[in-house]
Design a protein around this ligand. Structure first.
Ligand SMILES: Nc1ncnc2c1ncn2[C@@H]1O[C@H](COP(=O)(O)OP(=O)(O)O)[C@@H](O)[C@H]1O
Ligand SMILES: [Mg+2]
Length: 273
């Protein structure tokens, strides 16, 4: 499907936020309006921190997403996009800032407890069990559930029919795009309240990328907010309600996808003109 089909997307609501009303995050490109994130459903708010005792990678970085939205994080290699996602998921200790989910401060929770609270996370690497079958991967995804998850599995097979065809194959034998479907499906098995995806289209062809974006839009339409890192910046911003450009661990630009795509500075520096 061509990106033209995404034209109806984009946040028309001007109430997205910056808690402190300050700095670059507050400036919606071209409008001077304020990004409102303080009350967001999921927010990594003013996060500062790094790995272990190492230097800070994130500097006062804020990313957020609301129900019905796709929020996209773009930026150069090494900007800290994956680190920001890992921070929101609880994989590094923040020196400053907080993470809130559905009004609750979860900054002190382990990743596993965040999954229990409703976070689904697909990391950039090692996001499937290659030696297990597709179906076993999905079953592993349901590890926190004590109820009958067969209906969820059926929904995932509806969303990704190729996974049903290949359910008894080792996931490691699948193509790149199919593996990403397994990874997303695995995360959906917990019936998350929010889905976080780190480069779900890495290493796939443009056609497969479009297909994956279509599936991601479908998931978003079920009401699950999606926070996603993408290296295909232009295409991702086309489907983004909200976009963040990270540079050296800080928010450089934020706005609706449309605003960022129209911003001359963003275009010149991050979208190839
Ligand atoms: N596990 C880690 N331990 C220490 N430093 C790391 C680790 N992972 C990433 N980094 C460093 O953090 C910075 C940001 O990396 P990353 O978040 O992966 O960037 P991006 O996802 O935007 O490409 C880089 O300087 C990288 O070397
Ligand atoms: Mg990364």
């Amino acid at each position: 499907m061509s990106s033209g089909n995404y034209d109806d997307r984009g946040n028309k609501d001007a109430s997205i936020t910056n808690p402190k009303g300050r700095g670059e995050l507050s400036a919606r490109p071209g409008t001077g309006q304020v990004m409102e994130t303080a009350s967001a459903f999921l927010i990594g708010d003013s996060m500062t921190g790094g790995y272990g005792k190492g230097p800070d990678i994130l500097h006062d970085c804020t990313i957020a997403v609301n129900p019905g939205e796709i929020a996209v994080i773009v930026g150069p290699n090494g900007a800290g996009k994956s680190t920001a996602m890992k921070a929101v998921f609880g994989m590094l200790d923040l020196r400053q800032g907080s993470v809130r989910l559905d009004g609750e401060d979860i900054t002190a929770l382990s990743p596993q407890d965040r999954v229990v609270r409703g976070m689904g996370f697909v990391p950039q690497t090692n996001n499937i069990f290659t030696s297990l079958t597709v179906e076993e991967n999905l079953e592993m995804g349901a590890f926190i559930r004590r109820d009958d998850f067969r209906e969820t599995m059926a929904q995932i097979y509806d969303l990704f029919p190729i996974l049903k065809d290949k359910r008894n194959q080792a996931a490691g034998e699948l193509s790149g795009g199919q593996r990403q479907q397994v990874a997303v499906g695995r995360a959906l098995m917990t019936q998350p309240k929010v889905l976080m995806l780190d480069e779900p289209t890495a290493g796939v062809s443009p056609i497969v990328m479009d297909e994956l974006f279509d599936r991601i839009i479908e998931v978003s339409r079920t009401g699950i907010p999606i926070l996603m890192v993408e290296q295909n910046a232009r295409q991702a911003l086309e489907i983004a309600d909200k976009g963040y450009v990270l540079v050296q661990g800080s928010n450089a630009y934020a706005g609706t996808g449309k605003e960022l795509l129209a911003d001359p500075e963003v275009r010149k520096s991050f979208l190839g003109g």
